[in-house]
Design a protein around this ligand. Structure first.
Ligand code: GLC
Length: 440
């Protein structure tokens, strides 16, 4: 397909998924507004409609909690989705907003990146106004991440549900989930092979074949974690009490490090001072990333917050310190080696969400093997930062090939490029536009 046609087709998808003031990820499966989705969507929209890109971000801020948290979902108020609002019941927390129902957890802090990327497309005066408009909310969000998610002030933030990582059922989290958060009733269902009965109750598998989603037992465990958080009214002190299930997620913290840099840039541009404790915390996070490095396997991993054990399961997160941009050139070189290896992260259609040689690898099961355009975008930014332009171009062209061949699917097999998950997926469309418009 011609470049211009591909851009046009991608814009049509974003048009199709547009709702009042924001864009849903995909019809049917994802009927609400998601936090990091809207950030990626804004990065695409900025190339042809800066107003709508700004609106996409502002509409996320409708959901901000009084304590600063940005929830990972802003729920549609339509009659059809009453069930989702009942699942979350954000009103159990005194911090939740009155005017809109939301989830009670967050997602990777991509907001500052999206704000800056949109800012690049504005005139100097417009950019200043734009930055000023979002500055207080952004600061409150980053302060909340430190206040609630770094209780020992060690620099790394913790996450309390796999959905907070955006890489939902990635093996590092699923292995911890199976170990620490699998209630007896779910184990029993597994032992008695009753999971098939529960499969009928799932909404996701009505839209996507079960083999492309998480297993029913894992899905039940996800819901049991969510249920526990709701019971604790999303109060972090109560949530952390007696729980071994809190993880300092590698991908989340890498994205946070880059977001902190963007926030410093925004503050400087508009001549505002960031609070001193926030500046100190930001510096701590960059240094703390080193604690997630395992010298033996020469890779970064997520870490269990309570036991302080690294979760030595390799996933796409392993490459995201490139995006964080605060690691040494030697470490960056080592990560690029992983991208060059066909059995690791360099198959025909990179970058797989799990290394090809991993026992977890499954080409179509989401976050356990497939290639996604959003993580490709993050890896590309990281590669460019460290001067690996050829490698970055290779990922951009294979990403474009995927969508040319199979349309704007949610994810793709890294082996043969076959599409999987939802169709007409918004961030796939948005980031296709960004890849095309930022190519030399
Ligand atoms: C899936 C993805 C998550 C995304 C959501 C909406 O749950 O794992 O990252 O935000 O869909 O698209």
């Amino acid at each position: 397909m011609e470049k211009a046609n591909l851009v046009e087709a991608a814009q049509t998808v974003l048009q199709l998924n547009e709702r009042e003031g924001f864009t849903i990820p995909a019809e049917g499966l994802y009927p609400h507004q998601w936090l990091w989705d809207s950030c990626f969507i804004a990065i695409g929209l900025r190339h042809y409609d800066t107003k709508r890109a700004q609106q996409e971000i502002l509409s996320l801020l409708r959901g901000q909690w009084a304590n600063g948290m940005l929830p990972h979902m802003m729920l549609d108020s339509g009659i059809l989705h009453r069930q989702d609002r009942e699942i979350w019941r954000s009103y159990v927390s005194p911090n939740a907003p009155d005017k809109i129902a939301t989830s009670g957890i967050t997602q990777p802090p991509m907001l500052a990146e999206a704000v800056v990327q949109v800012g690049k497309k504005l005139s100097r005066i417009e950019r200043h106004t734009w930055y000023r408009r979002v500055f207080t909310s952004l600061v409150a969000y980053h302060e909340w991440l430190y206040a609630e998610r770094d209780p020992h002030q060690e620099g790394l933030t913790l996450q309390i549900h796999p959905w907070e990582t955006g890489l939902d059922n990635n093996p590092a989290w699923v292995s911890e989930l199976r170990e620490h958060q699998m209630p007896t009733w779910i184990r029993l269902i597994g032992k008695l092979h009753l999971d098939r009965l529960f499969t009928f109750m799932r909404r996701d598998t009505r839209f996507v074949p079960p083999g492309q989603r998480l297993t029913t037992l894992d899905a039940l465990a996800f819901y049991s974690v969510q249920h526990r958080l709701r019971r604790k009214q999303y109060d972090i002190r109560r949530v952390l009490n007696h729980s071994l299930f809190a993880i300092e997620d590698l991908a989340f913290n890498c994205i946070f490090i880059r977001a902190n840099k963007h926030l410093r840039h925004i503050a400087k541009t508009i001549g505002e001072d960031l609070p001193k404790p926030l500046i100190d915390n930001m510096a701590k996070t960059e240094n703390a990333l080193d604690q997630l490095w395992d010298a033996y396997s020469a890779q970064y991993y997520s870490r269990n917050f309570v036991t302080h054990n690294l979760i030595k399961t390799t996933t796409i997160a392993t490459l995201l310190p490139l995006y964080a941009g605060c690691i040494s050139k030697e470490r960056a070189k080592r990560l690029v080696e992983l991208l060059h290896s066909t059995m690791q992260y360099g198959p025909k259609y990179p970058v797989p969400s799990v290394a090809i040689s991993s026992e977890w690898f499954s080409e179509h099961r989401y976050w356990q093997g497939p290639t996604w355009l959003n993580t490709n975008w993050l890896v590309v930014q990281g590669l460019k930062h460290y001067g690996y332009h050829e490698e970055a171009e290779k990922i951009i062209s294979s990403s474009l090939k995927l969508v040319e061949q199979s349309g704007f699917s949610e994810y793709f097999s890294p082996l043969d490029g076959s599409p999987a998950g939802a169709k007409n997926f918004s961030w796939t469309a948005a980031l296709t536009i960004d890849f095309l418009k930022t190519q030399p």
